[in-house]
Write a protein that binds this ligand. Structure first.
Ligand code: NAD
Length: 291
């Protein structure tokens, strides 16, 4: 099958490792989860947690080597995981990632649209079409295509779950992102609710987790940008206001959270425990957006 070309690692522990399988929980027992952007950060933490709760996990990422390493790590712990290299901005890759997962595991119960890119805090007056298109393609169009491709699978199976990684930048106008990022994440929040409403009778749930500041590569890069000379003065000023408020005690609990603290919310949304949670956006921001 041509789609297998995209599989960099096919290490399915189902039979070979069943004697050693060590999921520590059962909250996703028997489920198949396809997670994009799972070579690092939030997606990697989700892959590890979902697998430890009994899911068979397909790790999809543009960083094929990184995805393979995560799969190997999990398989080494007796968990079920495989990886596929995919550029989610390419529709053909999105379709292949669905096909590869079906070839491998026979079904898909959970799709997590997590892959994302940050922007350069560029205000709309100075954003280039090229830059805008890249951020929207990755953060918004790709999740739409993933959902569009998985819906027929869910319909055949009698249901399924979608979890989107949005951001507090999808709920506020100027917190933690420039024009393209904020617009892409607002779009993803709207898409989440629209999918939830339109497919609720088909036993398909769609929710989003909206992180604040998480200790990942993306956050490290964005904070470098915030401190860089290329960052717009206005943005720096906004950021300083926020940071000053932290120091003054206006905002409590402003530490960065760990990717695991995001993953645990994604796990709840993906599990049957959230059976009536649909169209919801779960902020995980330590009250950053509550002041
Ligand atoms: P990260 O950089 O560690 O992970 C992002 C992953 O997405 C990487 O593995 C990267 O290779 C992958 N990716 C990027 N473009 C891709 C593409 N075209 N195709 C396939 N994979 C691609 O960063 P992260 O913080 O874990 O980001 C994950 C999600 O969390 C993103 O959607 C991001 O917007 C969201 N988020 C992060 C924060 C934060 O503070 N870190 C805050 C809010 C939301």
């Amino acid at each position: 099958c041509a789609s297998l070309f995209y599989v960099f690692l096919i290490l399915f522990s189902g039979l070979a490792c069943s004697a050693y399988a060590q999921p520590t929980g059962t909250r996703l027992k028997g489920k198949v989860a396809l997670i994009t952007g799972a070579a690092s950060g939030n997606g990697k933490a989700m892959a590890a947690l979902f697998a430890s709760e009994g899911a068979k996990v397909m790790i999809a990422d543009i960083n094929g080597k990184g995805a393979e390493e995560v799969a190997q790590l999990l398989v080494g712990k007796g968990l079920s995981a495989a990886s596929v290299r995919v550029d989610v901005t390419k529709e053909s890759d999105v379709k292949k990632m669905i096909d590869v997962t079906l070839d491998m595991y026979g079904r898909i119960d959970i799709l997590v649209n997590n892959a994302g890119v940050f922007d350069e805090l560029v205000p709309v007056g100075e954003v280039s079409d090229e830059f805008w298109d890249k951020v929207i393609a990755t953060n918004l169009t790709a999740p739409m295509r993933g959902i569009r491709a998985v819906i027929p699978v869910f319909e055949r199976q009698g249901g399924g779950v979608i979890v989107n990684t949005a951001s507090i930048a999808g709920l506020t106008g100027a917190r933690g992102g420039g024009a393209a990022y904020v617009a892409s994440k607002h779009g993803l929040v709207g898409l989440t609710k629209n999918v939830a409403f339109n497919y609720k009778e088909k036993n398909i749930r769609c929710n989003a987790v909206a992180p604040g500041r998480v200790n990942t590569n993306l956050r490290a890069n964005s904070e470098k940008l915030i401190g860089s000379k290329t960052t717009r003065d206005a943005t720096i000023d906004n950021w300083k206001v926020i940071e000053d408020k932290v120091h003054e005690g206006y905002i409590t609990n402003m530490r960065k959270c760990s990717p695991e603290e995001i993953a645990t919310v994604a796990l709840f949304l993906a599990s049957d425990e959230a059976s009536f949670v649909n169209g919801s956006i779960f902020t995980v921001d330590g009250a950053w957006t509550s002041y």
